[in-house]
Design a protein around this ligand. Structure first.
Ligand code: BES
Ligand code: ZN
Length: 631
């Protein structure tokens, strides 16, 4: 993601002096969502009801949405909704007596990132009350950026097609016309018609026991932002993981998923004792095919998960801890705009590490902390300084990929810094009160800062000043007193890399069998730049790196293979690019190949043959990144 930025770095660095203090810039309103057309000062949606038919032949959802709206400005007559690639056939207002009045509608000007505003005029003939229902008949396009329509051959079972959504950040508008901004929270209900042999699931309560009859109803009684609307339809079956947790996936992946995610119930219970009550009823997972673009997506009650976590040894389940932790940071207390994304992702990365410490042990988490820190340092090399703030100025570009993983790792470090400064007990108390205070609300970075100030910074003897907190939030890089994660076991793996590279030990003496996958990742990243090809081949042969089942080890190894032009492993590298569709696992491999000075065309060729299996967002992202790397 951060890679898209390279060509912009120079220009942005020149600009950064005037944009560093994003939160204080006069012309910029940090509380405004620049990625939605909705006029939330005029109208607010409280509830929506979907009635949709899933058509695999046409690759479309067709039906209606009913939006229960409130008018905040008595004179306001036009409702602006977000859409992208939707066709709308009818709009009506339902009056309190149950009758319908047609409403005129038109599309505004299309924007490449934001889509197209749909402007609905409230009918002058009807005396529309301050609360009313707007009903829109519409259909999605096969190009919907949120939806991937998978032919049977891209599923594990190869017999039934599948469809799933990914609404974050601003893709809900490509399958539902709505106010697509986290500033608005809605409860929702849905009736979904599918081919009778398939099962529909949503980020809502799924009826249990499930009757597979092609008509499914859902209810989400807690108010959620639009980016958490989610749907998937496929040959899904369910297996319980614990009393209130379980997993949906294709039958072919069910046993492996039950094994890999066996700790989910324990995670949920620990999370409740650390962060406060879990507000969403059940917590289930949906394990999707490899083209799912992310590691996981925190759709409420039902996290969507990449199958690349199925390593067979539970070594990658910090992603589950992460998505679960979003049930507090993100789903319960939500970032006001994408510029405040660190409130979701940084806070969640911190909670994830706390949870992992309890479920597993501190050494394992320290390893992950160090790997995260290393990724952060890499991001600082490619992200323009103005975008290195936790809460940068964000009013253009694409909110999906504006600053790599800075929100995650720098955000996590900031909270770790606060924990260190105030002590774990006091900080835990703060977090509990924070989730309680802002539950089911949407907040800006500035609201967080004021709350932090009031509860901790102003307390007598406070170890942190407001200015210090502001430095984290509004300045690039890291403050001098930022905590630096440290792991003895990773240090040891690094020392082994050096010893082997210097010929002091043989490849056979590398104790890889005793290492965690994280240590192996660190070992690979610690190899010196100037290793000869035959030495890399030797390493690969002895350690079996190209054959790894672990997606993170594969990612790390094939980035190095590409950077070093280790052509002996290119066939396996291509297999990696065909096996996975998760952006994190493949983007950097393509980019390393395209930028190694010799293999840009090869990267393009490999992409052409792999891309039909990728998610539309990943496909577009890689196409753009490869194009940019041409220049
Ligand atoms: N909410 C994110 C995924 C996301 C972020 C989608 C921004 C669209 C825009 C999810 O919780 C996430 O962070 N996934 C990570 C997992 C990881 C950091 C443990 C991923 O996919 O790699
Ligand atoms: Zn996340």
């Amino acid at each position: 993601m951060q890679y898209k930025y390279r060509s912009l770095i120079v220009a942005a660095t020149l600009l950064c002096a005037c944009t560093q203090d994003a939160g204080k810039d006069d012309s910029y309103d940090p509380a405004h969502d620049y990625f939605s057309f909705a006029r939330t000062d005029q109208f607010i949606t409280d509830h929506l009801a979907l009635d949709l038919r899933v058509d695999f032949e046409m690759r479309e959802l067709r039906g209606s949405v009913s939006l229960d709206m409130r008018r905040l400005e008595p004179e306001a007559k036009e409702i602006v909704l977000d859409t992208r690639d939707l066709s709308v056939s009818n709009a009506q207002v339902e009056l309190p007596d149950g009758s319908f009045v047609p409403a005129e509608f038109r599309f505004g000007e299309q924007d490449d990132v934001m889509g197209t505003p749909l402007i609905v005029s409230l009918p002058a003939t009807a005396d529309v009350a301050s609360e009313f229902r707007l009903v829109i008949d519409y259909a999605t396009s096969p190009r919907s950026t949120a939806l991937q329509w998978l032919p049977a051959e891209l599923t594990a079972g190869s017999e039934q097609p599948m469809m799933f959504s990914q609404s974050q950040a601003i893709h809900a508008r490509s399958w539902v016309p709505l106010q697509d901004t986290p500033a608005v929270r809605v409860t929702y209900e849905a009736v979904i018609q599918t081919p009778p042999e398939l099962l529909a699931v949503m980020s809502a309560s799924n009826e249990l026991p499930v009757v597979r009859d092609g008509e499914y109803s859902f209810d989400m009684p807690q108010p959620i932002p639009a980016y958490l609307l989610a749907i998937a339809v496929g040959n899904f079956y369910f297996a319980p993981l614990g009393e209130t947790t379980g997993v949906y996936t294709e039958p072919e992946l069910l046993d492996a998923s039950v094994y890999e995610f066996a700790d989910t119930q324990a995670m949920l219970e620990q999370a409740e004792s650390l962060f406060g009550p879990y507000e969403w009823g059940r917590y289930d997972l949906l394990v999707l095919p490899p083209s799912f673009p992310y590691g996981g997506m925190e759709n409420p009650r039902l996290s969507f998960i990449t199958p690349s976590l199925l390593a067979g040894d539970r070594s990658l389940v910090s992603v589950i801890a992460h998505e679960l932790a979003h049930s507090w940071s993100g789903n319960l207390v939500t970032n006001a705009t994408w510029r405040d994304g660190w409130l979701n992702e940084g806070m969640t990365s911190y909670l994830e590490s706390r949870l992992m410490e309890v479920i597993y042990d501190k050494d394992r988490v320290d390893e992950e902390r160090v790997l995260g820190y290393r990724e952060l340092l890499l991001d600082f090399e490619s992200v323009p300084p103005a975008m290195q703030a936790l809460a940068p100025r964000l009013d253009k570009g694409d909110p999906d990929d504006f600053q790599g993983t800075i929100h995650y790792h720098k955000g996590q470090l900031f909270l770790q810094y606060l924990e260190n400064a105030f002590g774990r007990d006091a900080f835990d108390e703060f977090l509990g009160a924070y989730f309680d205070e802002f539950a089911f609300r949407t907040i800006t970075t500035e609201r967080f800062l004021d709350y932090l100030d009031e509860k901790l910074l102003q307390a007598e003897g406070s170890a942190v000043t407001r200015a210090e907190a502001e430095q984290w939030l509004y300045k690039p890089g890291l403050p001098d007193d930022a905590p630096i994660p440290y792991s003895l076991s990773l240090d040891a793996a690094e020392a082994v890399a050096t010893a082997w590279a210097e010929g002091k030990i043989d490849a056979g003496e590398i104790p890889i069998a005793t290492w965690s996958p994280q240590a192996t990742v660190h070992f690979i990243n610690s190899l010196p730049a100037d290793l000869a090809a035959d030495r890399l081949s030797e390493l690969d042969q002895v350690l079996g790196l190209s054959d790894t089942r672990n997606a993170e080890i594969g990612r790390t190894w094939f980035i190095q293979v590409a950077k070093r032009r280790h052509t002996a492993a290119y066939e396996m590298l291509e297999q990696h690019l065909n096996r996975y569709g998760r952006g994190r696992l493949i983007y950097p491999v393509y980019l390393a190949l395209a930028e190694n000075g010799a293999d840009r065309e090869l990267a393009q060729t490999m992409f052409e043959s792999a891309r039909s299996a990728y998610h539309p967002l990943i496909d577009a992202g890689i196409a753009r990144a490869l194009k940019e790397s041409e220049q």
